[in-house]
Design a binder for this molecule. Structure first.
Ligand code: TPP
Ligand code: MG
Length: 340
């Protein structure tokens, strides 16, 4: 564990918490890099999308949630959320690699991680498709009079889907305790925000429904944590929906198969975005404030990289599902014997 003797100046968090936040972000980055590596080795099939560059959003927001109680649902860029919520990283990695030790017995793959025990509701591949589902999850909490908050992450591209507006309407009409967290990473695959959104300030879309809405900086983990704490508390207290547009950026291609990002954005733009790297930013803040030395942070980097290496090797040792099980776990009550 890194030394953190001096209390940091001007930073609201304790040195221990700062190190914890740093470690969480670094872990996700190494985990995702390893997934990229596994994909290139042919060990991950289908589609795979990483959270590289967007770590501060998930880490900061997750800090505000009650573990094992609050609900989270997201789209296909879905490794980071369960990892942050307490899911077993081996089961997440094994699932991305299509192995039996994965959360969906290796049949869901990277886009379909699901961990009910930790209240992670997936992992969905249809753009916008999970937003009414998340709204239903929030409805269930309200119906059962449980004070669970549901965070429904969606992309800037997904924010244009018609069903999203229906969901806003119902959530506002029925006062559902849900946070629509739009992760605006400025792209929907290769389509830049300005080309897909008539008004690029996506937070404004909550306003016609009477949903409290705002835009926040998703590249600063300390800011996200502070904003998320306030928003989650407001939703739990008031039992109403909230829309937050979180500005972040993905450093990699849309998915692991996207090798052509220079067709839709410039190297200069990427370099500018790298200057806002949430991990580098927190590292600088910590070193400047005396909460950690560069050597402390390098040690954490090494530890997390090694931890991911072990997870990868264990996941890689897990077998693929047996072909005879192809119809198992697909539907709960349908089997080949039933003629389906
Ligand atoms: C209904 C539907 N249309 C199209 C696609 C293909 N598709 C996959 S991801 C994506 C872009 C979504 O972008 P965004 O919501 O901004 O999420 P991000 O990938 O940036 O996280 C598209 C068009 C799909 N999966 N589902
Ligand atoms: Mg996007």
């Amino acid at each position: 564990m890194a030394k953190a003797a001096k209390a940091p100046k001007e930073l609201s968090e304790t040195p221990e918490k700062l190190i914890d936040l740093y470690r969480q972000m670094v872990f996700i980055r190494f985990f995702e890099k390893k997934c990229n590596f596994a994909y290139r080795q042919g060990k991950i099939g289908g589609y795979m999308h990483t959270y590289i560059g967007m770590e501060a959003t998930g880490v900061g927001f997750n800090e505000a949630l009650r573990p094992g109680w609050d609900n989270v649902i997201t789209a296909y860029r879905d490794h980071a959320q369960p990892l942050l919520m307490g899911s077993d990283p081996l089961k997440v990695m094994a699932e991305t690699m299509g192995r039996v030790d994965g959360y969906s017995n290796g049949k869901g793959g990277s886009m379909h991680i699901y961990d009910f025990e930790n209240r992670f509701f997936g992992g969905w591949g249809i753009v916008g498709g999970h937003i009414p589902i998340g709204t239903g999850v929030a409805f269930t909490a309200k119906y059962k009079k449980e004070d669970r908050v549901t965070v429904c992450y969606l992309g800037d591209g997904a924010a244009n889907q018609g069903v999203v507006f229906e969901s806003y309407n119902m959530a506002a009409l029925w006062d559902l305790p849900i946070i629509y967290a739009i992760e605006n990473n400025e792209f929907a695959m290769g389509t830049r925000l300005e080309y897909h959104a008539s008004d690029t300030e996506l937070y404004k879309r909550g306003i016609p429904f009477g949903i409290k809405s705002e835009r926040i900086d998703g590249m600063d983990v300390l800011q996200v944590k502070e904003d998320a704490a306030r928003i989650v508390e407001w939703v739990r207290e008031n039992q109403k929906p909230y829309l937050v547009e979180i500005m972040n950026y993905r450093y990699e291609g849309h998915g692991a198969a996207d090798n052509d990002r220079q067709l839709y954005r410039t190297k200069e733009e990427e370099e500018e975005a790298m200057l806002r790297d949430p991990i580098g930013r927190l590292a600088r803040q910590m070193v400047d404030a005396g909460a950690a030395t560069e050597a402390d942070l390098e040690k954490i980097d090494d530890e997390e990289e090694e931890r991911v290496e072990v997870i990868f090797e264990q996941a890689d040792a897990s077998p693929h599902p047996d072909p005879s099980e192809v119809y198992d776990h697909v539907y709960t009550d349908m089997t080949p014997e039933m003629g389906h």
